[in-house]
Design a protein around this ligand. Structure first.
Ligand SMILES: Nc1ncnc2c1ncn2[C@@H]1O[C@H](COP(=O)(O)OP(=O)(O)OP(=O)(O)O)[C@@H](O)[C@H]1O
Ligand SMILES: [Mg+2]
Length: 342
């Protein structure tokens, strides 16, 4: 698979002499999602999402790589299709939109003996300074620099919606999850953290191929629901899936999400100032998009709603994990964070 000029280099670091991804196979076999760092293969967690676990494998060969594990595939065709989408999404962002993404690659292994489950590992250059990721930066610098950070993120996201506007007749549309934790600052000094208005950003959340050709998603939407308990999936699909997917194609909603996140980060007092930045930006640098100013009320409503859905969802997932591991003595595929303050 051709990805940003590192073809095969990353994969060679995890292959054994017979060309198998032995490290990943062992990882799958010994991974305890309750205690991911306690398995046979030494790993260090870098982060996690709803479906994914992001970590580095502590070995000489792999030390500068981040592995993102997605244990959600049922067949080779499905995972291969996802890898194609992933690589095309990375190419679109990096080459066509000029939104920089880390060089990346992908490898998959069977996750069980019966060969019914597949885990995909998206491999990326590791962001060398953890504090340079957005959700860390905002706790290290003051409001003036956070305002700058929001502005430069908005300028990056504009590239997506400009592309979408220009390509509406060609039938290709690109989506993006603009959350603060998906951006890293280049040329960042952890000992002297600053954001400059000409600072360059890297977008790291590239493992979900978010683009549509003639209305058809590159990503198989239903895969999004894999981390949900099976008893919830049909209802989520019926009522929420389309809405959640559409969210990433709507610039205004992506921006609301970006700002509402400051509630979760315990920095709600900054939201009014940040909204001023957003609304000024839309009124000066993005007039042709006719985006209605975002209000504080909308942000608060969105946050409350999002928080409620999330809490319900996490509780159902915990229940599902309990059933699987304690009652049925099966493996639970996902990492569930401890209750976090939101
Ligand atoms: N290349 C990387 N280097 C260092 N840390 C990373 C890297 N990629 C991801 N992380 C860490 O892992 C977190 C989650 O990664 P990412 O944003 O790609 O997943 P997500 O989309 O939020 O997860 P999901 O798709 O499961 O919801 C990031 O916010 C970051 O802290
Ligand atoms: Mg993310």
């Amino acid at each position: 698979m051709e990805m940003k000029g590192k073809l095969g280099v990353y994969l060679s670091k995890i292959k054994n002499e017979s060309g198998e991804y032995e490290v990943l196979q062992l990882l799958e076999k010994s991974l305890d999602t309750n205690n991911p760092e306690k398995g046979e293969i030494p790993i260090k967690l870098l982060g996690f999402g709803e479906i994914s676990l992001v970590f580095e494998i502590l070995s000489e060969k792999t030390k500068n790589l981040a592995f993102k594990r997605l244990p959600i595939f049922d067949s080779e065709e499905q995972v291969e299709k996802h890898i194609k989408g992933y690589s095309e999404y990375n190419r679109l962002l990096n080459d066509d939109l000029h939104i920089e993404v880390p060089p990346s690659d992908a490898a998959w292994v069977y996750a069980d003996k019966k060969k019914k489950k597949i885990s995909l590992y998206c491999i990326q250059d590791k962001i060398s300074q953890p504090d340079s990721i957005g959700n860390k930066i905002i706790h290290k610098v003051g409001i003036e620099e956070i305002k700058k950070l929001i502005l430069i993120i908005l300028r990056e996201t504009k590239k997506v919606w400009k592309f979408n506007k220009d390509n509406i007749d060609k039938g290709i549309q690109i989506g993006l999850d603009g959350q603060i934790s998906n951006w890293a600052l280049k040329e960042f000094d952890e000992n002297d953290p600053h954001v400059q208005i000409d600072s360059k950003l890297v977008y790291i959340d590239t493992s979900t191929p978010m683009y549509r050709i003639n209305g058809e998603d590159a990503m198989e939407g239903i895969l999004f629901l894999k981390s949900a308990p099976s008893f919830m999936r049909w209802i989520l699909k019926l009522f929420f899936l389309d809405e959640v997917l559409d969210r990433y194609y709507d610039w205004r909603l992506v921006t609301i999400d970006l700002i509402a996140n400051f509630h979760k980060e315990q920095l709600a007092e900054m939201i009014p100032d940040l909204l001023n930045v957003v609304n000024e930006f839309f009124a000066s640098e993005a007039t042709e998009f006719n985006i209605k100013p975002i209000t504080l009320k909308e942000i608060d409503k969105y946050y409350k709603n999002d928080k409620m859905i999330w809490v319900i969802f996490q509780n159902f997932r915990r229940f599902d994990r309990f059933l699987k591991t304690k009652i049925f003595r099966k493996k639970y595929d996902f990492y569930l964070p401890d209750k976090i303050k939101r």
